[in-house]
Design a protein around this ligand. Structure first.
Ligand SMILES: [Fe+2]
Length: 316
């Protein structure tokens, strides 16, 4: 519980929230307070997603409060909140999850599948800012990553991994922005094959082929949003390509894969392995680290120089 209190004589500044107004899966867009002794005390930070356990704990209280004039977390207020909370990595990560989840949710719900690209660019810029301000940001933030294959989480993770690598490789701000946008959008096409991905049984060859089509779907969606930058398109197109030609959709070889494509492959593979799938548990950072090194030794599928730099970023 946070030791931030404001005295009851400012009660006109608060609005009441009933327990029934809160639901599992809901992300709080404002801090949540309770009345304790002679003060209002924050019990849950804005940006936190309510889990069944958290909601269960809240049932001890009947009424909650939120600050009337606290600006709700949204794309417009993201910069301000990130700047204000940049020393609190857990909260920062929750802010990213929350805003990104809203964008992906709207995209899923909308018949036109509209994605708020400007908002995604804001997320990318904020991640770049945090990386510039703190060389240890990646190591600090990983423990707060959610173990979930949910698209909005995966896209943020891949974006953070890719931008951390780009930062270490001294990419320009403009180049990093392009890479970040590609990373956050790389799997949007998966929405079209979601049912197959969630499946627990082994997929047939035809079904697997359909799942692989998500790369093409992602490109279609990105282009429908007016993005035709070849660097971004290649990054998305090549995130499943492998140096030895074993990847898809075009079985490219090392020399044909762009720098962005090579970074995306490492970032995507790392997050895919650390997160649970319908058919297996997620591996921890150390296990993933070891598996990638072994895979590289056996098959040389990733860009070696980049992989070395990336793994070094994760070392204690
Ligand atoms: Fe993918």
């Amino acid at each position: 519980m946070k030791v931030i209190r404001t005295h009851l004589d400012v009660s006109q500044n608060y609005i009441t929230v009933a327990i029934n107004d809160l639901a599992v899966g809901q992300a709080l867009t404002r801090d949540l307070f309770i009345k304790k002794d002679d003060a209002f005390v924050i019990i849950i930070d804005m940006g936190t997603v309510l889990t069944p356990e958290l909601l269960n704990k809240l049932t001890n209280h009947k009424t909650f409060y939120q600050l009337k004039h606290q600006k709700a977390l949204s794309c417009t207020t993201l910069n301000k909140y990130i700047k204000h909370n940049q020393d609190d990595v857990k909260k920062t990560m929750n802010l990213f999850y929350n805003v990104n989840q809203e964008i992906f949710q709207k995209f899923s719900d909308s018949p036109k599948h509209a994605i708020d690209i400007k908002c995604l660019q804001k997320i990318v810029d904020n991640i770049l800012l945090l990386l510039q301000n703190d060389n240890e940001f990646l190591k600090k933030v990983i423990p707060h990553f959610k173990n979930s294959q949910e698209l909005s989480y995966h896209s943020i993770h891949v974006c953070i991994y890719a931008l951390s690598l780009a930062h270490k490789l001294h990419f320009s701000f403009e180049k990093s922005e392009q890479l970040g946008l590609a990373a956050i959008l790389h799997d949007v096409g998966k929405k079209k094959v979601d049912e197959l991905i969630q499946n627990r049984r082994t997929l047939s060859v035809e079904e697997l082929d359909k799942v692989h089509q998500h790369v093409k779907y992602s490109i279609d969606i990105i282009q429908q949003h007016g993005i035709h930058d070849p660097y971004i398109i290649n990054a998305v197109m090549q995130h499943h390509e492998r140096n030895d030609g074993s990847g898809y959709p075009n079985q490219l070889h090392a020399r044909e894969i762009s720098d962005f494509g090579a970074i995306m492959a490492i970032a995507d593979m790392f997050d895919a392995l650390t997160n649970a799938r319908a058919y297996r548990e997620g591996f921890n950072t150390f296990e993933t680290f070891t598996m990638l090194l072994q895979e590289q030794k056996d098959n040389d599928t990733l860009k070696n120089d980049y992989l070395k730099v990336f793994l070094k970023l994760l070392q204690k």
